[in-house]
Design a protein around this ligand. Structure first.
Ligand SMILES: NC(=O)c1ccc[n+]([C@@H]2O[C@H](COP(=O)([O-])OP(=O)(O)OC[C@H]3O[C@@H](n4cnc5c(N)ncnc54)[C@H](O)[C@@H]3O)[C@@H](O)[C@H]2O)c1
Length: 292
């Protein structure tokens, strides 16, 4: 049987933090050859540990067999060199939510990825895709593929076409997400925050303001939404899970785009980020955590 040359079997991921490691994991577990690039050896090491720990958890929970874990691990290659991405058919950028950093990554990808048909995707939560597309010579092959945290567990992918994304690029990326990755794809126009974060972030920021003003305790704010609205977790616990730096960066992108006060990060959020209180990943945010 021959494979259609447009079918994606060689995937790249840039950044192996919370999201990049999750995207790499689901790609390798789906049987795809996956290369992950990090910025330095230390970050690469942390990324490898994150991947190993997540797959070990899946094995313990009975969601992944030992043989499938080994198979997935054998399909994962980690590198600090963008040249390792040269033969990729699709690369998902998942570096920190900072426009200047992402623009640099897209410039580097445009040079490193040799396949003229390759798709360059961003996992950005909020930055308009056009800003990244214009850093390349191939804006018609750039789009947003926005996964949700934790990627192996949450089913959704937002697919964002810019004004210049070719329809065939979007169709191919949709097949990739729905086919091997078994995700549910929703499409959004290229506006900061897309569908989900344009709704979610003002809700989280309202909870932060409520906490900041002493209106209610963090536990009561979270219990209100868990017990009263059947949300799986409250807004402050969710902000800690997302990462307070990422939450703030998304709020800033939304504010820059729409200039609505509801999107402006409250001062306590800025102070916490300046203090390195980033939520679960740093061990402390609105709550305290044990860092593994
Ligand atoms: N955290 C969430 O819940 C969530 C959900 C959906 C989307 N996102 C988006 O995913 C992206 C990544 O977020 P995260 O939470 O994984 O952040 P993170 O801080 O956990 O990970 C970012 C990683 O990128 C690496 N990196 C930075 N610059 C790099 C470069 N030039 N080349 C290679 N690697 C580089 C860092 O070393 C780090 O490991 C952001 O755009 C964020 O908005 C986050």
């Amino acid at each position: 049987m021959t494979t259609d040359p447009l079918t994606i079997t060689r995937v790249g991921v840039v950044g192996c933090g919370l999201m990049g490691s999750g995207i790499a994991e689901v790609s390798a577990r789906a049987g795809l050859d996956t290369v992950v690039v990090e910025r330095d050896a230390e970050a690469l090491d942390a990324g490898r540990q994150r991947l190993d720990a997540s797959m070990a958890r899946a094995v313990r929970a009975g969601k992944l067999s030992e043989a499938d874990r080994e198979g997935a691990t054998s399909r994962l290659a980690l590198s600090t060199d963008y040249a390792a991405l040269s033969d990729r058919q699709l690369v998902v950028e998942a570096v920190i939510e900072a426009e200047a950093d992402k623009v640099e990554v897209f410039r580097a990808l445009d040079k490193a990825v040799a396949d003229g048909e390759a798709i360059l995707a961003s996992n950005t939560s909020s930055i308009p895709i056009m800003k990244l597309a214009m850093a390349t010579q191939r804006p018609e092959q750039v789009l947003g593929l926005h996964f949700f945290n934790p990627v192996p567990v949450l089913n959704l992918v937002e697919l964002v076409s810019s004004l210049l994304t070719a329809p065939t690029t979007a169709e191919r990326a949709q097949h990739f997400a729905e086919g091997p990755l078994h995700k549910r794809v929703i499409r959004s126009q290229d506006r900061a925050g897309f569908v989900v974060n344009a709704l979610l972030i003002p809700y989280i920021l309202s909870a932060v303001r409520m906490y900041e003003s002493g209106f209610a305790t963090r536990e009561d704010i979270d219990a209100g939404m868990v017990e009263g609205c059947a949300h799986p977790m409250g807004p402050l616990a969710l902000a800690d899970l997302i990462g307070l730096d990422t939450t703030m960066a998304v709020a800033e992108s939304l504010y820059a785009e729409f200039k609505e006060p509801a999107y402006a990060p409250p001062p306590v959020l800025s102070r916490m980020v300046e203090a390195g209180l980033l939520g679960r990943k740093s061990g402390r945010g609105f709550y305290h955590y044990t860092v593994h």
